[in-house]
Design a protein around this ligand. Structure first.
Ligand SMILES: Nc1ncnc2c1ncn2[C@@H]1O[C@H](COP(=O)(O)OP(=O)(O)OP(=O)(O)O)[C@@H](O)[C@H]1O
Length: 326
């Protein structure tokens, strides 16, 4: 659905987006995550053809955005970070105007306006001037204009920005519903937003893409945690020879009072953790050791975000993650 190659944008001498590349498949919900100033809005604006890249290419549904910006713009839905909403217009007139910009006319236009009003639950405020709406309602009006014409690609810049917890929950529910019909890319600096909504996360740091990974894969690292009665010396001898184990780290030199020695094993391939766990159990049983625990080490997005945000260059983790990216 969306392919981005070598995307770069400078403001004067300052590089805001630096050689960013990613691909998003049909009906994925992808979160673009980064600190303030990481380059999220600049990317969103380029994806929606409101800003031209200095370098790089954006393909939407196979069409190059540079060749047909106006047509492609009509086929996507964009919720900008700051809504270009006209305060004096009433909601219905604003949606009518937005529908015409999307090339809708006649009965089809009215049917679409009715549909988006219902989808975003703004029926009771359609005759209100936009200036009188609460932040949550304004955001919903912004989403309503974005989904006019049933776009196959929705670009949502900080969709829950400024919403209270109840409005945030409503907005997330709405995004989930929309994602059934469209590919969604949303930007945020809220980690929980990504965890609650997204299939995949792209993390930006200083304009560079430092991570591109599916969330379920992200949670599984390529490490196993082991607690056993096997002493560190014996563990070095016995466990490093197991097929698929590349590194062994001893987490305590003395056994804990109520358990044994704790180890962290690095695997050559994280997808083989079940297989390696079975080999590990077998080896330990044959060595006559007690096994107290074998489990994959799970990571959370917050830890990972801290790691990649602390290191401007791609770390080993990032390189590994990127190589696993679908
Ligand atoms: N028009 C502009 N002129 C100069 N610098 C700009 C302009 N727009 C953005 N920048 C700079 O480019 C960098 C990226 O900005 P951008 O708005 O894309 O970040 P962001 O990740 O969306 O941040 P936020 O979460 O605060 O919205 C920032 O350092 C910002 O100050």
């Amino acid at each position: 659905m969306l392919e981005v190659k070598g995307l770069t944008r400078q403001y004067g001498n300052f590089v805001a987006v630096d050689n960013v590349e990613f691909t998003i498949g049909d009906r994925e919900i992808v979160g673009l995550l980064g600190h303030n100033g990481a380059g999220k809005t600049t990317i969103m604006k380029m994806l929606s053809a409101y800003l031209e890249p200095d370098q790089g290419q954006i393909l939407i549904g196979g069409h190059d955005l540079a060749d047909s910006a106006k047509q492609v713009q009509q086929t996507l839905g964009y919720l900008p970070e700051s809504l270009p909403i006209y305060p004096e217009l009433v909601v219905a007139d604003y949606l009518d105007y937005a529908a015409e910009l999307k090339g809708l006319a006649g009965e089809q236009k009215f049917a679409e306006i009715r549909r988006v009003i219902q989808a975003t639950a703004i029926q009771d405020r359609i005759l209100a001037p936009i200036a009188t709406l609460s932040r949550g309602y304004k955001q919903r009006v912004g989403v309503a204009q974005a989904i006019l014409g049933k776009p196959k690609l929705l670009i949502l810049d900080e969709p829950t920005n400024g919403l209270d917890p109840a409005q945030t929950a409503q907005m997330r529910k709405l995004i989930r519903t929309l994602a059934g019909e469209a590919t969604v890319i949303l930007s945020t600096h809220i980690l929980q937003e990504v965890e609650a909504l997204c299939d995949r996360v792209l993390i930006l740091h200083g304009g560079r893409l430092v991570l591109n990974e599916k969330l379920d894969k992200l949670r599984h690292s390529n490490h196993l945690l082991l607690v056993t009665s096997l002493t560190p010396d014996a563990a070095e001898r016995q466990l490093l020879g197991i097929n698929g184990v590349t590194h062994l780290e001893s987490l305590n030199q003395q056994p804990d009072q109520h358990s044994g020695y704790r180890y962290r094993l690095t695997l050559s391939d994280r997808d083989s953790s079940h297989l390696v766990s079975a080999r590990l159990a077998n080896t330990l049983v044959n060595a006559g050791a007690d096994i107290y625990q074998i489990q994959p080490e799970l990571r959370d997005l917050e830890t990972l975000f801290r790691e990649v945000s602390a290191a401007p260059q791609l770390t080993n983790i990032n390189k590994e993650e990127l190589s696993h990216a679908a």
